[in-house]
Design a protein around this ligand. Structure first.
Ligand SMILES: NC(=O)c1ccc[n+]([C@@H]2O[C@H](COP(=O)([O-])OP(=O)(O)OC[C@H]3O[C@@H](n4cnc5c(N)ncnc54)[C@H](OP(=O)(O)O)[C@@H]3O)[C@@H](O)[C@H]2O)c1
Length: 322
């Protein structure tokens, strides 16, 4: 019988040994420790032309990282890159449609050819669809499109880079998810299924790759005021965090390398769905019946909001000054 190789538990031992310290770092002086963690490192950010990815690109470039940015829009990526360069940052853009498998492979090959190592990959590009199942019966493409970007795109890129990430001695992959994974709001079947697939892949891959020093983190955002939620009228009046606050959470993941960054609400909702499943379903269903369909779900387009943060929108929490 062939002898099994000796298991390597050292990476887990060192990771666990530093865990408490890294959490203290993230809580006490996050900007300082972000710089310590990321200065001189190479970070690939998908979906970096707008919203959370754009703000993350500025934050990490300011902290000294070389940022590699990808999204479909070349023009917007160039604008983001110009701003980073004006501030003295190092940036390269890789326009790409990550939902297109061939284009995704091309971009990954270019990144690998031009950079000897990638220290952090943030799979942030995503699309959300808010539409109830009964309005999706003739819209199977909603399910295909969300899977194509949020799941297949993210894992295709990660797997294209994986051999290099292992050869270079390790890396950190941060996959962006949603608080909806725990709260399971109505009208998001297509979106949640794609993020659920991403979460399960992430956890399964982490179980296999931890000893190769490939760390995975999941970040579960609540509502964030970005272009993604603009088409949904009701969200103009719903509490949401700012993109800067969302980026704070990704930076926390970078500093701590914890498995999941999520608010306490995530754990309360998860507990409710596990231990009081019928009651929590009834509450979500009640909310579903009492809230109107968005114009997009009814097949209409809304006029663009006058400004991104109208006065009547109260942020969930004020951004802490550091
Ligand atoms: N906003 C929220 O309330 C919220 C809540 C929970 C989780 N999230 C998650 O947070 C992440 C970022 O969301 P966001 O709110 O910042 O969204 P956003 O403002 O709509 O930005 C999405 C980014 O993804 C890029 N993108 C879209 N389709 C792409 C494709 N096929 N290939 C490559 N890039 C593509 C977009 O650029 P191009 O259009 O130029 O390609 C853009 O840079 C997503 O994964 C989202 O699911 C958001």
């Amino acid at each position: 019988m062939a002898r099994l190789p000796l298991p390597n538990l050292l990476p887990y031992a060192t990771e666990l040994a530093g865990a408490a310290l890294r959490r203290a770092d993230a809580a006490l002086f996050p900007r300082f420790h972000l710089r310590q963690r990321i200065n001189g490192r190479t970070v690939l950010i998908t979906g970096a032309s707008t919203g959370i990815g754009e703000v993350l690109a500025y934050r990490l470039a300011q902290a000294g990282a070389q940022v590699l940015l990808t999204a479909r829009s070349t023009e917007k990526l160039e604008q983001v890159a110009a701003r980073i360069e004006q501030q003295g940052g190092r940036v390269t853009i890789y326009p790409c449609d990550i939902a297109n498998p061939e284009d995704c492979d091309r971009m990954a090959a270019e990144v690998l050819a031009e950079h000897p190592r990638i220290d952090v990959l943030v799979n942030n590009a995503g699309r959300s669809i808010r539409r109830p199942v009964l309005r999706s019966l003739n819209r199977f493409h909603d399910f295909e499109r969300t899977m194509q970007l949020n799941y297949f795109g993210a894992i295709r890129l990660t797997m294209a880079l994986l051999p290099r990430l292992i050869d270079q001695g390790g890396a950190h992959v941060i996959n962006i998810s949603t608080l909806g994974m725990q709260t399971i709001p109505a009208r998001f079947a297509a979106y949640l299924a794609s993020k659920g697939a991403l979460e399960m892949w992430t956890q399964a891959a982490a179980n296999e790759l931890g000893h190769k020093r490939i760390r995975f983190s999941l970040v579960n955002f609540p509502l964030v005021r970005t272009p993604m939620i603009a088409p949904t009228e009701i969200y103009r009046y719903t509490p949401a965090i700012s993109p800067e606050q969302a980026v704070d959470q990704i930076c926390r993941a970078i500093i701590t390398r914890q498995k999941r960054v999520a608010s306490p609400l995530a754990y309360v909702a998860l507990g409710a769905h596990m231990f009081l499943p019928t009651l929590s379903e009834a509450l979500v269903n009640l909310g579903y019946q009492l809230t109107p369909e968005s114009a997009a779900a009814r097949g209409k387009t809304l006029p663009a909001p006058q400004e991104q943060h109208p006065d009547n929108v109260r942020p969930l929490r004020r951004r802490r000054q550091r």
